[in-house]
Design a protein around this ligand. Structure first.
Ligand SMILES: Cc1ncc(COP(=O)(O)O)c(C=O)c1O
Length: 354
C-alpha cells in the first residue's frame, strides 16, 4: 500500500504532446520485474548488458547503446562526442536542439549551431551547403556535424533516400550525421520499414533514440552506429549528468519496448490517431490543415477565439501566434473515442464562434 494520493483524473487526455501520456502498462511491468534485489549501479547491471543485443538486433552488429535520462541530454552528449571545441553543428532552424533545449547545446557543450531555414523542417544537401562552408578558415566555427530530426518538429518525415542523400553529402564534406530520433519509432511505423532502414543502412553516424514519447516513463539512448564518429562518450555522459546510477530501470524499459513489437504497436496507434484526427478536422469548414500529416502530429490553423475556447476544454499548444497555427500530438494511448470527442469539440467551437 502507498500513502500517495491519485491527484489527477485518469480519463482526461489532451493533444499537447506525446509526453503528456503516461507509461505503457508493459513498461511498468518491466520496471517491477527489474525491481527488488541488488544490481551493480551505473550500468554494470544485467539489464543494461542484455540491452546491447536488443539494440544490435535493430541497428546492426556495430551499434552501441548508451542509456540516458532525457532527449536534451542525449542530444548534448551525442553532439559533444562528435565534435572538437572548434567545431559546429548544422541544423534546421526548427530543430529541437535550436528551439527547445534552452540553449543546452551552446551552454553545456559550448557548441555553435549553424541554422538553416527550411520549408518543412527537413535539410537537403543544398540547404546544408548554406552553412557547410569555410572549411580550414580559422575565423569560422568548423562545420562538423549535420543534425537532422526524424520525424521532424513539423511532423514531417524524411524517406530513407532523403536521409541517404544528407549522409552522402555530409560525408563527402568530411562531416558526420547525427539524427535526433525522439520520434524514430513513429517514423519507422509511418514508413513501414525497420528502424535501421533510415539510420544504419543509409549512413547515419549517431542517433538519439527516443523512448519517452514511445511509452517509457523516461529514458532515451544515444546509439552509436559508427564507432569512429565519437570520442569519450563514456566520460561525456557522466560529465553531462546523464549517467543514471540505477540504470537497470532505464535499460529494462528499453528492453520491454524493443525486444518485441511494443514500439511498433505504440507508434502505429499514435500515427493512426493523427490520421483519424486530420481526416475529421479537414471536414470542418474553417479549419485548415496546412502541413502534411505523416506521423503523429497534426498542425491546424484556427481562428484565435476558437483556439482560446478549445484550450479551456483540451490541452494543446499554439505553434504560431501570428498565423493562428496550433499543434496537436497523438500518443500511444490516444483512442478513437478521444479523437472523435476532440474533433466534435473543434466543430462545436467553430460553430459557436461563427
Ligand atoms: C525532436 C525532439 N528531440 C528531443 C526531444 C527530447 O527532449 P526532452 O529533453 O524533453 O526529453 C524532444 C521532446 O520534445 C523532441 O521533440
Amino acid at each position: 500500500m502507498t500513502d500517495a494520493i491519485r491527484r489527477h483524473d485518469p480519463l482526461v487526455k489532451g493533444f499537447a504532446s506525446d509526453n503528456y501520456a503516461g507509461v505503457h502498462p508493459e513498461i511498468l511491468q518491466a520496471i517491477a520485474l527489474a525491481n527488488e534485489g541488488h544490481q551493480t549501479s551505473y550500468g554494470d547491471d544485467v539489464y543494461t548488458g542484455a540491452l546491447q543485443e536488443v539494440f544490435r538486433g535493430h541497428f546492426g552488429p556495430t551499434a552501441e547503446a548508451w542509456p540516458m535520462f532525457n532527449g536534451t541530454g542525449a542530444n548534448v552528449v551525442a553532439l559533444r562526442a562528435m565534435t572538437a571545441p572548434w567545431e559546429a553543428v548544422v541544423c534546421a532552424e526548427s530543430a529541437h536542439i535550436h528551439t527547445d533545449e534552452g540553449g543546452a547545446p551552446e551552454r553545456s557543450a559550448g557548441l555553435k549551431l549553424l541554422t538553416v531555414p527550411t520549408p518543412d523542417g527537413k535539410l537537403t544537401p543544398a540547404l546544408i551547403d548554406r552553412q557547410a562552408w569555410g572549411f580550414g578558415d580559422e575565423h569560422r566555427a568548423q562545420p562538423k556535424v549535420v543534425s537532422i530530426t526524424q520525424t521532424t518538429e513539423l511532423g514531417t518525415l524524411y524517406t530513407p533516400a532523403e536521409i541517404k542523400a544528407v549522409c552522402d553529402h555530409a560525408h563527402q564534406l568530411g562531416m558526420l550525421v547525427h539524427l535526433d530520433g525522439a520520434r524514430a519509432t513513429n517514423a519507422a511505423a509511418a514508413l513501414d520499414v525497420p528502424l535501421r532502414a533510415f539510420t544504419t543502412d543509409v549512413g547515419v553516424d549517431v542517433l538519439s533514440f527516443g523512448g519517452t514519447k514511445a511509452g517509457l516513463m523516461f529514458g532515451e539512448a544515444v546509439v552509436v552506429l559508427n564507432p569512429d564518429a565519437v570520442r569519450g562518450l563514456r566520460y561525456l555522459r557522466k560529465t553531462s549528468m546523464q549517467l543514471a546510477s540505477k540504470m537497470r530501470f532505464v535499460s529494462v524499459q528499453f528492453e520491454a519496448l524493443l525486444a518485441g513489437d511494443l514500439w511498433l504497436r505504440n507508434a502505429r496507434n499514435a500515427n493512426a490517431m493523427a490520421q483519424r484526427l486530420a481526416a475529421a478536422v479537414r471536414e470542418i469548414p474553417g479549419v485548415e490543415v496546412p502541413r502534411p500529416v505523416q506521423a503523429n502530429a497534426v498542425f491546424a490553423i484556427l481562428p484565435p477565439d476558437v483556439t482560446e475556447r478549445l484550450q479551456k476544454r483540451f490541452r494543446f499548444y499554439t505553434w504560431n501566434e501570428a498565423t493562428g497555427e496550433v499543434r496537436w500530438m497523438t500518443a500511444f494511448d490516444t483512442t478513437e473515442a478521444d479523437v472523435d470527442a476532440f474533433a466534435s469539440a473543434v466543430a462545436e467551437e467553430i460553430n459557436s464562434c461563427a
